[in-house]
Design a protein around this ligand. Structure first.
Ligand SMILES: Cc1cc2nc3c(=O)[nH]c(=O)nc-3n(C[C@H](O)[C@H](O)[C@H](O)COP(=O)(O)O)c2cc1C
Length: 380
């Protein structure tokens, strides 16, 4: 059961919103409506008020959009006009709907948009671009039905499913970023991982309704999660992951932990004018420590000059449901290439493009394996 704000905008399809609100209420959700001025040309305030607990059509000194953003678990803009989609994509906050949706997105809430317009408008470059931008920001787009030259609002059940999320009730632990191994009190050994892969994965999993716990080293990328645990060393990352394994349905190991640490940590600051010899010892392999005892869905990442072979070698040593493998030369590049293998070592997906694309494909593979409402991995 969730708190849902339905944002209504000026499309003919707005007449379907009272039914949509009633359907959401029947499924146990609490529903409040926020409508643009234009929306009220297509659906009456009384019809909305009959179907929802509260209807807001203008904002006052109460700053209702802030209250709604705090109250909401999800905001569903349905029907979403091209006008409103374009504003949302570029942060133009000048109607009760755009203000509420943008504040909610900023508050880390689920934003679902369901376009409805003529097919020509839907196919226009600004519409394509706005929808892509919104997806990149973590919003969920429910595609319209293309019929009779129209991009018609999706079916109500589909809208309800999108609000609830295919991974609703599922808890997923994601690791991200590098770890730091101290050489002395001020210097560390690390690697240039930015944490972007984990950030994009968290975004996509949350957009599908999962509860995401992110255990991470220092990340240059901003990442949203329901719980964030910051660590420094690989050992700390292992500890924090271990504490939570009994409480999650899947683990996605997208971090790039430092593989070595100095055998000894020098006190103070090593003299920068002298030579030093550092003995490096391997850090624990988090996957090897955690995956054999974890019976949820296990996703490993592997960087290897021969990605597919490297992934298969990993599968021989450690049980994984999915291995995402890529070659080292694509690290840090804007576009990359990944091979995703299943537990039997079969390549199930090959992804080329930005990290958002990988995150989307991975989300869909997790949906296949976890379903929704409590999930329960099929790991054995
Ligand atoms: C009869 C009529 C139907 C409309 N239907 C749509 C529609 O389905 N989708 C859309 O994007 N715009 C549609 N529009 C245009 C929007 O109402 C217009 O862009 C308005 O400014 C949207 O404001 P809002 O996004 O703040 O609600 C329609 C306009 C009229 C007059």
């Amino acid at each position: 059961m969730a708190n849902v704000v339905v944002g209504v905008t000026g499309s003919v399809a707005a007449y379907r919103v009272p039914d949509l609100c009633l359907e959401l209420s029947r499924r146990g959700h609490e529903v409040r409506v926020v409508a643009s001025e234009e929306a009220l040309r297509f659906v009456g305030r009384d019809a909305l008020g009959f179907a929802a607990e509260e209807v807001i059509t203008e904002l006052t000194e109460r700053a209702e959009h802030v209250e709604l953003a705090e109250w909401a678990d999800a905001v569903l803009v349905a029907p979403a006009t091209l006008n409103t989609l374009a504003k949302l994509a570029y942060g133009i906050a000048d109607t009760p709907v755009t203000l509420t949706a943008l504040a909610s997105l900023g508050a880390g809430k689920r934003l679902v948009v369901a376009p409805a317009m003529s097919e020509h408008m839907y196919r226009s470059p600004p519409a394509r671009r706005a929808l892509r931008r919104l997806e990149e920001m973590g919003a969920v787009v429910v595609p319209p039905r293309l019929e009779e030259g129209k991009a018609k609002l999706a079916e109500l059940e589909e809208l309800v499913r999108a609000v609830e999320g295919e991974l609703s009730g599922v808890r997923i632990l994601v690791t991200g970023g590098p770890t730091l191994e101290p050489l002395d009190d001020v210097r560390v050994i690390t690697n240039p991982s930015s944490g972007e892969t984990a950030a994009r994965i968290c975004e996509q999993l949350r957009a599908a309704g999962a509860e995401v716990i992110l255990v991470h080293g220092p990340m240059r990328e901003e990442a949203r999660a329901d719980e964030r645990v910051e660590v420094r060393t690989t050992e700390e990352m292992l500890e924090e992951v271990r504490k939570r394994v009994g409480d999650v349905d899947a683990i996605v190991m997208a971090a790039a932990p430092s593989d070595f640490r100095p055998r000894e940590r020098a006190r103070g600051k090593l003299d920068s004018r002298s030579r030093h010899t550092v003995e490096l010892v391997p850090t624990p392999k988090i996957i090897e420590e955690v995956f054999p005892e974890f019976d949820g869905v296990k996703v490993a990442f592997k960087v290897d000059p021969e990605p597919v072979k490297g992934a298969r070698r990993l599968l021989e040593r450690v049980p994984c449901d999915l291995v995402v493998a890529n070659p080292p030369e694509t690290l840090g590049a804007e576009e990359s290439e990944w091979w995703i293998l299943d537990r039997d070592g079969e390549v199930v997906e090959r992804v080329r493009g930005p990290k958002t694309e990988l995150a989307r494909v991975l989300r869909d593979l997790l949906i296949e394996r976890l379903g929704g409402d409590g999930g329960g991995g099929d790991s054995s």
